[in-house]
Design a protein around this ligand. Structure first.
Ligand SMILES: [Zn+2]
Length: 473
């Protein structure tokens, strides 16, 4: 088989890999599948490179396998369909539900960006509709045959319904010069997608594979070690207590997917264990509210939620609901948060304060010394969130100069990605059968550092592929 790295190498966005089979009968045409088809996002929401034609013939692609629905893994799927792809799109059921919400949400942002630049948007709501028409769902461990390939999805433990993909194929045996001889060999390759940070509060632990010939492994945090779960819950408890005691507002900029639901889950635990004082908690993000509804839809399904969450649910604890929680869907409802007396907790997007409702709350409460700004996610260089995180005393928000007098805190254990130790642990059971590890989905220095660590600890050959590179496996 032949593997080409079209995206998600040398960067953490734009995941896109093409796998081509070697049919047993050389007269047959190869089966061609894509793994993910994400948006490239370096400094912008949507890089210009996304508008380029795909570097493969869309009519020859049999299927696209989606590991999970973060936009850097699915963002170009509607363009794929718009440009002529007619095969099937395959994921777990939750991944399809999330894809619909996230692709439509991005369509607004992409539409505004296109208008500002005076060009056609990358895709429209109609293209999303068409993509959903080709979208088929399979459960974890349901074997899906796509001509020469057999596909199996395993739980990646990254976000609800996320997968890593195991692809098997049978090829004819070859002699040492590469000529086919009698007999056949089975080959197996694993695409990690994004791997979870185990243990996570909602989703199950990342599954393990014991044997594979090749693996592509993400390396987003291949250079670091995360804080543990207990530490991060203590830090959250302290931030809530301190803000409530000083009668301020606790602002938490959060990504709408998984991060917001994990926060709800943890605040719910703190409330039901009586560890924090009563205060209203607002989810001030329409997307987060819609995504939480999808979490609730699957919340009695043992296929997706871990044992602890299910036990709470079965005991009658609605894990995403607790006394004091309010959701604000409309702009009018959002503005009414201002009139609610202190103390209060506000969870809003965007996760790095680049746009979104959190900015309106920052405008109001950053100058208040009794309030707290709590960061729970990575803040990219150049973002408003990063400036506040770095301790700037004055920032510009929506054209106004704002003094930062509130407390500024951060918790770094909320990452949805495995750290170096987690990635090595996941690879370990495969090490004796692996011929090569391809290190992908990371900034170049981090991928290189992880590749060195992996070859050292596992004694397997590693490679950090280049964009556009092909390998015969
Ligand atoms: Zn992801």
């Amino acid at each position: 088989m032949k593997l080409t790295f079209f995206g998600g190498v040398g960067e953490v966005t734009g995941s896109n890999y093409l796998l081509e089979s070697e049919p047993l009968d050389p007269k047959d045409r190869p089966t061609r599948i894509l793994i993910d088809c994400g948006l490239e996002q370096a400094g912008h929401y949507c890089e210009d490179s996304n508008f380029e034609p795909f570097p493969f013939d869309l009519k020859e692609i049999d299927a696209v396998i989606i590991t999970h629905s973060h936009i850097d893994h699915i963002g170009r799927v509607p363009k794929l369909v718009r440009d002529g792809f007619k095969g099937s799109i395959i994921s777990t059921p939750p991944a399809k539900d999330f894809a619909e919400e996230l692709l439509l949400d991005s369509e607004h942002i992409l539409g505004n960006e296109a208008e500002a630049k005076g060009r056609e948007p990358l895709y429209t709501a109609v293209d999303v509709e068409d993509a959903l028409g080709l979208w088929k769902t399979i459960r974890y461990h349901e074997i899906k045959k796509i001509k020469d390939f057999e596909i199996e999805l395993y739980d990646a433990g990254h976000i609800l319904g996320s997968s890593f993909v195991v692809v098997s194929t049978t090829e004819s045996k070859k002699d040492k010069d590469g000529r086919p001889v009698d007999g056949a060999v089975k080959k197996k390759i694993v695409f990690s997608g994004d791997l979870g940070n185990v243990p996570a509060p909602l989703v199950k632990d990342t599954e393990i594979v014991n044997q594979a010939d090749y693996v592509l492994v993400e390396s987003t945090y291949g250079d670091r070690l995360h804080q543990d779960l207990a530490t991060r819950q203590d830090l959250l408890e302290n931030a809530i207590e301190d803000t409530v005691n000083s009668k301020g507002a606790l602002m938490i900029p959060a990504f709408a997917m998984e991060r917001t639901q994990e926060l709800l889950y943890e605040i719910n635990s703190l409330v039901s264990e009586g560890r924090i004082p009563q205060a209203p908690v607002f989810i001030d993000s329409p997307l987060a509210i819609r995504l939480t509804a999808i979490y609730k839809k699957y919340s009695n399904n043992p296929e997706y939620f871990d044992a602890e969450s299910l036990a709470k649910l079965r005991g009658g604890d609605a894990i995403f609901d607790f006394p004091g929680l309010q959701t604000t869907l409309t702009t009018e409802e959002s503005k009414m948060i201002n009139d609610v007396p202190m103390p209060k907790v506000i969870i809003a997007g965007s996760g790095m304060s680049q746009g979104g409702r959190i900015m309106h709350h920052e405008l109001r409460y950053l100058p208040d010394k009794n309030s707290t700004m709590l960061f729970i996610g990575f803040q990219v260089q150049g973002s408003l969130g990063r400036a506040i995180y770095d301790g700037e005393k004055k920032v510009r928000i929506l054209g106004e100069e704002v003094a930062v007098r509130c407390r500024v805190r951060s918790i770094d254990g909320y990452s949805a990605h495995a750290d170096q130790e987690g990635l090595i642990k996941w690879l370990y059971p495969m090490k004796d059968s692996l011929k090569k590890i391809f290190v992908t989905h990371g900034e170049p220095e981090i991928s290189a550092e992880f590749a060195a660590a992996a070859s050292d600890k596992l004694a397997v050959e590693t490679e950090v592929p280049q964009k556009g590179e092909s390998v015969i496996l």
